[in-house]
Design a protein around this ligand. Structure first.
Ligand code: FPP
Ligand code: MG
Length: 321
């Protein structure tokens, strides 16, 4: 099979998943349907469903129905978490549209997040107890990651190590589960499943680091640029900036720590950070970690699925460069 033929099969699976995602938002109450479809219909990269599909296609007996259920579990869980995340971040836009909290208020946004999580649980019920167990573990890790981010590092703890633990919980855990679900659906051998889990975790780390870099360097993300800076959430660029001995960098750290209450300060901090060496260092770390992810693919059987997962490693690097 050529890579083009393989890509067409992947696109077919993703088209079915897309349709079923919207169906999963339907409630007997039209308002709930509208509010639940709001962020789903706004699009998104569908990175997690794509990873489920590619991992499943590493196996040779893919049940399309199970594959669709598995992809829906991870994407619905992800979208549910975004409803909650935007409440916590007080975000105004998400995926280029008004965020649910801004449009419907915090209470409705939280409850719609819960509704979508219920829909994710409905999907996992079709797949069996191993899938439910993994979903439960992953949900706990997501929440623990988010709590760790909210609380910040303990006094004396290394902020960078804390940050990486936060990312591992809030992002890499669900992306690892996406790869594992795919492998489970595809019936891959145990060593391949373990490799997919490691790959999913590592690519999940790179995915979040790259997302955080985009938050700093891009104005076209469908989110407000510099949101993490404004919220005082540490990300790799600011953590590396803090390690710099350069006087200009230290002045920038003081500006960031002063709170960035008005838009002019935020714009100044964003411009300063964009011009700093911390950006290059972040890019280098993203590229290094993408190679760590790629190295996990070694035990996978040769073929178009393995090559596509390799291309995913390139993609997570280039999207923030
Ligand atoms: C986005 O990260 C948020 C997450 C990856 C996870 C958030 C997790 C929760 C709110 C807990 C789980 C809740 C449910 C209902 C499953 P980000 O803020 O770094 O990215 P952003 O720039 O896209 O906002
Ligand atoms: Mg956020």
């Amino acid at each position: 099979m050529t890579d083009e033929q393989f890509d067409a099969i992947v696109a077919n699976h993703l088209a079915v998943i897309e349709e079923r995602l919207l169906e999963a938002t339907v409630s007997s109450d039209p308002f709930v349907t509208e509010a639940a479809a709001h962020v789903v219909a706004a699009g998104g990269k569908r990175f997690r469903p794509a990873l489920v599909v590619l991992s499943a296609l590493c196996g040779d007996r893919v049940d399309s129905e199970a594959l669709t259920h598995a992809a829906l579990v991870v994407e619905l869980t992800h979208v549910a978490s975004l409803y909650h995340d935007d409440v916590m971040d007080e975000a105004d836009i998400r995926r280029g549209v008004t965020s649910a909290n801004q449009r419907y208020g915090n209470t409705i946004a939280i409850l719609v997040g819960d509704f979508l999580f219920a829909r994710a649980s409905g999907q996992v019920a079709y797949l069996g107890v191993d899938f439910v167990d993994l979903q439960a573990q992953t949900f706990a890790e997501l929440v623990e990651g988010q709590i760790a981010e909210t609380r910040g590092p303990a006094p004396g703890a290394d902020p960078l190590a804390h940050h990486l633990a936060v990312i591992a919980g809030k992002t890499a855990s669900l992306i690892r589960t996406s790869a594992l679900y795919g492998g489970m659906v595809g019936g891959v051998a145990p060593d391949v499943l373990a490799a997919l889990g490691r790959f999913g975790f590592e690519i999940g780390m790179v995915f979040q680091l790259s997302d955080d870099l985009i938050d700093v360097v891009s104005d076209t993300t469908g989110k407000a640029p510099g949101t993490d800076l404004r919220e005082g959430i540490p990300t790799l660029p600011t953590l590396l900036l803090r390690k710099s001995a350069d006087a200009k960098d230290q002045e920038l750290v003081r500006l960031i720590d002063a709170g960035l209450a008005d838009d002019a300060d935020l714009a100044r901090a964003l411009a300063g950070l964009r011009a700093s060496r911390a950006i290059e260092q972040t890019r280098a770390e993203i590229a290094r970690r993408a190679e760590v992810a790629r190295a996990q693919l070694t035990p996978l059987p040769e073929g178009p699925a393995k090559r596509a997962l390799g291309r995913l490693c390139d993609l997570v690097v280039t999207r923030s460069s």
